[in-house]
Write a protein that binds this ligand. Structure first.
Ligand code: ATP
Ligand code: MG
Length: 489
């Protein structure tokens, strides 16, 4: 199927597209829906939306991005914003960052800025630095000849920074750089393929992205099956953008996902880690999680967790994961810090808890049982998603401190309170209390301990029963949601 056959679109959005094209197409002499063929893919004539017909103004663009855009323009190059920032601006949202594209080659871009450096091996990009802010500038990219060839992935591009490895960049660049049209069609979704041109402040739409933005539709550019096979991560991106934007997946975009989900197993775990953070630290983790499960994608990120979720315990579904994600969303939306250590601790807790229980049943002490369970779950998880040591170590601490939070007699509470992971462990305890897995009284004790002075703390410790357990453990039970979101970080 042609990449942009309008027949693939819903009747409603088709109407919008045609109307837009007729009123705004400024390329004379071409029929409004002309298709240009380049190799395997079909490219639409662009639709140009002039500045007075869209809502983007320069006031919404970061000063640094404007500096880069203007410098490129003054040097005579094409100079445009592209991707998520244009999409978000068109929706009246604040972009996370600003990506610039140009027809200038990396060396040419570098010469324009003092603080520029070339990064990436296969596809070289330029980072222009302004203090802590970095504006990424890419040269228009060609459609890969060979479909099995690398798709665009920012992580792989930025991996292995190499500023000076210029053996013969010209020869390499020849294959990877392309026209603006080619750059547009190798992007993933129509709404991600919009450009904002600093020359005339117009928005350029090659793929029907504006109509899809208006209709709230997420649509793959080209044939979804092919595009997911080229890069299975696009299935995760589809779900992420649908959740973040509140968009519906267009029918053909959604259709192959379930069947192709197993392709995620071939994605390098390091790239999966980056994607997991984008999926769950973007402020829409709960919706994203639900969509991931709906499409059968979640099991390729967290297979052991998926298994735990499938069986119900004492008749009640396991609820820690969605609770944790709701809390993470609340924190992200309050601009509070979040850490992957806590995210993974929550995601993997249920399998760890189950395995720990099995070890204990076989007679192991709880310390060793936790160690063994954590060891095994982490090893399995790493086959799918990398968890760098700097996160897996604190993750395991959060788990092992759960037992210690119950043992508070003598100096134990004071020592635990000094632990640098205390706060995260306490936050994790609050989550477990929310789902009825740990005792409210224990959480209340620790909440109070943190607020009172030294003398009261001593009194609190003395008051604990000699067993130091803070009361009997509750069985898991269903609880109504408490308004208070526990914090973590
Ligand atoms: P966010 O707001 O999350 O940053 P984004 O759309 O900017 O969303 P990025 O991952 O920053 O997403 O990628 C920037 C742009 O690069 C995308 O908008 C899209 O055009 C293109 N892109 C990124 N990843 C892919 C991919 N795997 N396949 C095709 N195009 C991609
Ligand atoms: Mg982006």
């Amino acid at each position: 199927m042609g990449a942009f056959e309008t027949g693939a679109r819903g009747a409603e959005s088709g109407v919008i597209i045609r109307a837009d094209r007729q009123s705004t197409n400024r390329l004379q002499g071409h029929p409004p829906l002309a298709l240009i063929r380049t190799g395997e893919r079909t490219i639409n004539e662009p639709v140009i939306i002039p500045r007075e017909q869209h809502i983007i103004t320069r006031a919404q663009i970061s000063e640094n991005a404007l500096k880069v855009l203007n410098r490129l323009k003054e040097a005579g190059y094409a100079s445009l914003l592209v991707g998520g920032c244009v999409r978000d601006l068109m929706l009246g949202r604040e972009p996370k960052d600003f990506d610039v594209v140009t027809d200038a080659r990396p060396e040419q871009i570098r010469k324009l800025f003092h603080s520029a450096r070339i990064i990436g091996r296969r596809f070289r990009l330029v980072h222009v630095r302004f203090g802590r802010d970095i504006i990424e500038v890419a040269t228009f990219r060609a459609i890969p000849r060979d479909i099995s060839e690398q798709p665009l992935t920012t992580e792989e591009e930025t991996e292995g920074e190499d500023g000076e490895q210029d053996s013969s960049p010209g020869a390499l660049d020849h294959n990877v750089f392309g026209s603006q049209e080619e750059d547009a069609v190798r992007r993933d979704f129509t709404v991600n393929a919009l450009y904002y041109d600093i020359h005339d402040f117009s928005v350029i739409d090659y793929a029907g992205g504006v109509a899809d933005l208006n209709a709230g539709i997420l649509r793959v550019i080209g044939d979804p099956d092919t595009r997911y096979r080229e890069d299975p991560v696009r299935m995760l991106r589809a779900v992420r953008f649908a959740a973040k934007l509140g968009f519906n997946l267009e029918e053909k975009t959604a259709a192959p996902i379930r069947d192709l989900a197993p392709l995620l197993a071939s994605v390098p775990p390091a790239r999966m880690f980056e994607e997991v953070l984008k999926l769950f630290h973007g402020g829409y983790a709960l919706e994203t999680y639900e969509l991931l499960r709906h499409f059968g994608l979640f099991q390729y990120l967290f297979p052991l967790t998926e298994k735990s979720l499938e069986h119900e315990e004492e008749g009640f579904p396991v609820t820690l994961v969605p609770r944790a994600l709701a809390n993470t969303d609340a924190r992200v939306n309050d601009n509070k810090p979040v850490t992957p250590a806590f995210l993974f601790a929550a995601m993997l807790w249920e399998p760890v808890r189950e395995q720990m229980g099995e070890h204990i049943l076989r007679g192991m002490n709880s310390h060793d049982a936790m160690f063994r369970a954590a060891e095994h779950v982490l090893r399995e998880q790493l086959r799918h998603v990398t968890i760098p040591k700097r996160f897996s170590v604190p993750m395991r601490e959060i788990w092992s401190l759960q037992g210690r939070l119950e043992r508070r007699a003598g100096q134990q509470a004071f020592r635990l309170f000094e632990n640098k992971r205390f706060r995260a462990a306490y936050d994790f305890l609050l989550l477990r209390v929310e789902i009825g897995e740990a005792d409210q009284a224990l959480a209340d004790w620790w909440t109070r301990f943190q607020t009172v002075g030294e003398n009261d703390r001593r009194a609190m410790v003395t008051d604990i029963a000699p067993s130091g357990t803070g009361g009997k453990r509750r069985r898991r039970r269903r609880r109504s949601s408490s308004g208070q979101a526990p914090s973590h970080g």
